[in-house]
Design a protein around this ligand. Structure first.
Ligand code: 13P
Ligand code: SF4
Length: 302
């Protein structure tokens, strides 16, 4: 590992580069990273950094998000095969058609979307800012893409709006059932439950706290109780050493995102050697429209 650390350090100095890793990345990758965070934190912090090159250890929409906010930087997706099955679940042409047929409705895109879908939206949201931003929009009817579970969660928080959802969902969080959680609650009586809003309503109904990746991390830090964590296992893998014996990862065999585990230390060595990785290029017209949705999100308060 020391060899990898030394080679990466040398590359970073030569290329004024940083590594940005999502919280769902394997712990060894998080340790090598300069920035670790959720989808928006990566984009915001990488864009604000003085780096010329950003190597992204995450999935494609995250690398696109950094390129949108910092078009002048070279953004390299470390594992080009790392996509998010939810981010491209909905055809952008269907969204464009919906807009034409429903001029009174706003289109709100979760940050977990491709640049093509962000370009069709009025505004983006993160799972932390979704309720606040949807509440602030003047339109009553909202098409929320692509996560039906997050869309339904927002609607329960803001019942005065009409939230229209389609068929998208995160296959990792969607796989969790209420039965999985009830079994864990029986095994760990008294433990609190923290869940990501990408989970189905039946699971969220059993949670003490619902929030984004960073929201769950903050919640864990604020409590003293044992906590059953209902999100991708990277969060618990990261925090287990900080809070030994206090966290219980729900169904790790389900809550493991295969796309997020594609980067290894060897991949990073191959990326800096030029044998792996993809430089993200976006069509300027499409990027302009997608960036406008992200900038509106920032203006409304991420
Ligand atoms: P956040 O990290 O923004 O909470 O999103 C969760 C997720 O599924 C990322 O792929
Ligand atoms: Fe996509 Fe879900 Fe994996 Fe996140 S955890 S990258 S939303 S499939």
């Amino acid at each position: 590992m020391q060899l990898v650390i030394d080679r990466i350090k040398e590359y970073k100095q030569q290329h004024n580069a940083i590594i940005a890793a999502h919280t769902y990345q394997p712990p060894e990758i998080q340790e090598l990273a300069d920035i670790v965070g959720d989808s928006f934190a990566l984009a915001e912090q990488a864009a604000a950094s003085g780096a010329d090159t950003v190597i992204v250890c995450g999935v494609r929409f995250m690398a696109e998000g950094i390129k949108l906010l910092a078009p002048e930087k070279t953004v390299i997706l470390a594992a080009p095969a790392a996509g998010c099955p939810m981010a491209c679940r909905i055809d952008p042409e269907r969204v464009a058609r919906f807009r034409t047929e429903n001029p009174d409705a706003a289109v709100v895109a979760y940050i977990n979307t491709t640049a093509e879908l962000k370009a069709e939206a009025d505004v983006c949201v993160t799972s932390s800012s979704a309720v606040k931003i949807v509440s602030a929009l003047p339109q009553r009817r909202i098409l929320f893409i692509p996560d039906q579970h997050l869309g339904e969660y927002i609607w329960r928080q803001v019942p005065a709006k009409e939230i229209i959802t389609w068929e998208g969902y995160c296959p990792v969080h969607h796989a969790v059932t209420a039965a999985d959680l009830l079994a864990a609650k029986t095994a760990h009586p008294g433990a609190l439950v923290a869940a990501h809003p990408e989970c189905a309503a039946e699971v969220l109904a059993l949670a003490d706290f619902v929030g984004s990746t960073s929201g769950i991390i903050d919640y864990i830090g604020q409590r003293k109780e044992e906590i059953i964590v209902v999100t991708e296992r990277g969060v618990v893998d990261l925090l287990n050493t900080r809070y030994p014996g206090r966290l219980h990862q729900l169904v790790p065999e389900k809550l493991t995102c295969p796309d997020m585990k594609l980067v290894t230390a060897d991949t990073l060595l191959a990326v800096i050697g030029g044998a792996e990785g993809e430089i993200i290029e976006l069509d300027p017209e499409l990027a302009g429209r997608a960036r406008a949705s992200l900038i509106k999100m920032i203006a409304l308060g991420t």
